[in-house]
Design a binder for this molecule. Structure first.
Ligand SMILES: [Cu+2]
Length: 146
């Protein structure tokens, strides 16, 4: 029958479109899973990405002093730009040898005052205090600007 021919081709067209839709959906799922896997080796920790890839990090030096304060009271960094923090401490800085940047989940310990390097990429704007683990050091401010 001549009139059935277009009906069949419409059904065929529908099936082809359905198959394409399924393939596109499968492709999206695959892309999503691949992306999830590729970021799996990048440690995400709160507002920072530890071990950033690619972009050259900005070197920042910070030292804890025996006077329960830091050689820098304020550090300004850019949101989304990787930071390589070189933390050292006066051997008599006591618990100031531990550095915690509150709100960013960044922390490190300079056991004998030696330099420790922490790399992170701030993902949120704001002001984050840094001090020792008990906040006994006079806190400094890490300011993340857009
Ligand atoms: Cu302390």
């Amino acid at each position: 029958m001549m009139t059935e021919k277009p009906k069949i081709s419409t059904t065929t067209l529908f099936l082809v479109m359905l198959a394409i839709a399924v393939l596109v959906f499968a492709g999206l799922v695959y892309a999503y899973v691949s992306a999830a896997n590729s970021t799996a080796n990048t440690q995400k920790s709160g507002n920072v990405i530890l071990q950033p890839t690619g972009e050259k990090p900005t070197d920042i030096y910070l030292k804890a002093l025996s006077t329960f304060s830091y050689d820098k009271q304020e550090i300004t960094v850019k949101k989304g730009s990787p930071v390589r923090l070189h933390f050292s401490a006066d051997p008599s800085a006591g618990c100031g040898r531990q550095l915690v940047i509150y709100g960013l989940n960044v922390s490190t310990v300079s056991k004998n005052g030696e330099e420790q390097i922490v790399e992170f990429t701030p993902q949120a704007e704001g002001t984050f205090e840094y001090s020792c683990g008990m906040r006994m050091m006079k806190p400094g401010k890490l300011v993340v600007v857009p």
